[in-house]
Design a protein around this ligand. Structure first.
Ligand SMILES: Cc1ncc(COP(=O)(O)O)c(C=O)c1O
Length: 458
């Protein structure tokens, strides 16, 4: 997002000069990646997916190999990976138990996709149920698919049309979620929305995160089937819930006969059962994707007993041929094997304890460096996930956080870090810890981060 905001105290001319210097260094360090990008004549935008053009240096580095918390590009540069596929690789790259489970299914047993269940799907459902507290689970292709499924089901069961989301949320390319609170305080389509099939203000309502009055006002219309939310916003920096906010959301949704969906795709970083278990939340539906497959695409949604029963009793609903984005390959044996291995052997309770400890070291160190330079920035932590934002105190809402984006400063930090072997997510300033990330890795990040600020602010 572009904005006029410029992080206080930063000399913009110096920033621009340093950014250009770092981009030149990046080009020198990455000739093979540059050639791969230039030569991809038959890829739209020269990349496999258009979002891969979101990079700080003009072209992405191309992956050669990746294991645990480390990645090597095709020019032979090694990185400490704090991006971890923007959460898809929170289990670390190619964790051995997932490799073994997938290899067994794919190579030994065979049957990558069959349209028949494998026995272990029930085991995975039971484990998700143990972690998130919801009894009835179903599998999807990705988190977007899970969210779309949940929305359809809750519209069907309530007979209500609208979905409510938080301003500047992200739940995948879910049409109903692409709504923000505009500068005039009124709802409007999110800037940049591609080919909206209809006016989102006719299908959705929006409230700011941490704003119970706004939520109460919107729910009072009586037409909202479900609130779809992350327990903490994670896609516009991390915006944490204020004390009492999530309890208030639950009370208001119950009061207005509206279902509550917790999208735990990113907030899973809060612990083995996501924010739902870590904070004692009681949603009607949990949706999740990304990390649970250990790198293999998979999504899932969990339903309360009441909802599962209500849906099962609806003979008029075609639960066979409907889905979020279509689902012939959903629940396939490979993704189920990967998810089982990830949950049982990789992202375990013990692994989370270690990841959160390392993330705390990351947050503490970044905070100290920011203080050392007296920058008006803040650091937020959500379990294994840490993010710094060019705002202090930390923003309370998505809109406030959006206003504090500083794309030039962000690009400078990203490319500076990349040139010294540190990968951050291309979107904002998020760093994620996997089970193999160590405090030594974190210390190396801090050394480079401090040097980047030192050059900028000296
Ligand atoms: C909270 C949340 N939900 C859903 C999604 C969509 O995930 P996917 O693109 O894997 O479907 C994302 C992606 O970033 C997300 O952050």
């Amino acid at each position: 997002m572009s904005t006029d905001f410029e992080a206080d105290g930063v000399d913009r001319a110096r920033l621009q000069r340093l950014l250009e210097r770092e981009r030149a260094t990046f080009a020198e360090r990455n000739p093979r990646s540059a050639a791969a990008y230039a030569g991809a004549a038959h890829l739209f935008g020269k990349v496999p997916m258009t979002w891969m053009n979101k990079n700080a240096a003009g072209f992405p580095v191309y992956v050669d190999r990746a294991h645990g918390a480390r990645l090597t590009d095709i020019d032979g540069n090694e990185y400490l990976d704090f991006c971890l596929g923007d959460t898809g690789a929170m289990a670390g790259h190619s964790p051995a138990p997932v490799v073994a489970a997938v290899t067994r299914r794919l190579a030994e047993l065979g049957g990558a996709t069959t349209m028949l269940p494998t026995e272990e799907a029930a085991t995975v459902g039971a484990e998700l149920s143990r972690r998130f507290g919801l009894p009835a689970w179903s599998f999807t292709l990705t988190a977007t698919d899970a969210n779309r499924w949940a929305i359809r089901l809750l519209r069907a069961v309530t007979g209500r049309d609208r979905i409510l989301v938080n301003s500047y949320c992200y739940h995948g390319s879910v049409d109903e979620s692409l709504i923000v609170v505009g500068p005039d305080g009124r709802p409007r389509s999110r800037p940049g929305n591609v080919g909206a099939p209809y006016d989102v203000t006719s299908t959705s309502r929006v409230a700011e995160f941490n704003d119970l009055d706004g939520l109460a006002r919107e729910l009072a219309h009586g037409d909202v089937a479900a609130v779809l939310m992350e327990p903490a916003l994670t896609n516009i920096g991390i915006v944490l819930p204020e004390p009492g906010y999530l309890d208030g959301v639950r009370a208001l949704t119950r009061q207005h006969g509206t279902y509550l969906i917790n999208d735990e795709t990113h907030t899973f970083s809060a612990g083995p059962g996501g924010a739902t278990a870590a904070w004692g939340l009681t949603p009607d539906v949990v949706t999740i994707g990304k990390a649970i497959g250990g790198g293999i695409p998979v999504g899932a949604y969990g339903l309360s007993a009441e909802l599962a029963a209500a849906l099962a009793g609806r003979a008029d609903l075609d639960l066979v041929d409907m889905g979020g984005v279509g689902g012939t390959l959903a629940g396939n044996p490979v993704s189920i094997a990967a998810t089982r291995a990830t949950l049982e052997q990789v992202l375990t309770d013990e692994a989370f304890a270690g990841m959160i400890e390392v993330a705390t070291a990351f947050a503490t160190g970044v905070r100290a460096i920011i203080e050392q330079y007296a920058l008006p920035w803040s650091v937020s932590q959500l379990g294994a996930r840490v993010e710094y934002r060019f705002a202090a105190p930390a923003p309370r809402t998505g809109t406030e956080s959006a206003q504090r984006a500083d794309p030039v400063l962000e690009d400078y930090l990203h490319v500076y870090l990349s040139n010294r072997g540190i990968l951050m997510t291309p979107f904002h300033n998020m760093a994620l810890m996997c089970p193999q990330t160590t405090v030594t890795d974190v210390a190396r990040h801090h050394e480079v981060f401090a040097a980047a600020l030192g050059e900028l602010l000296a």
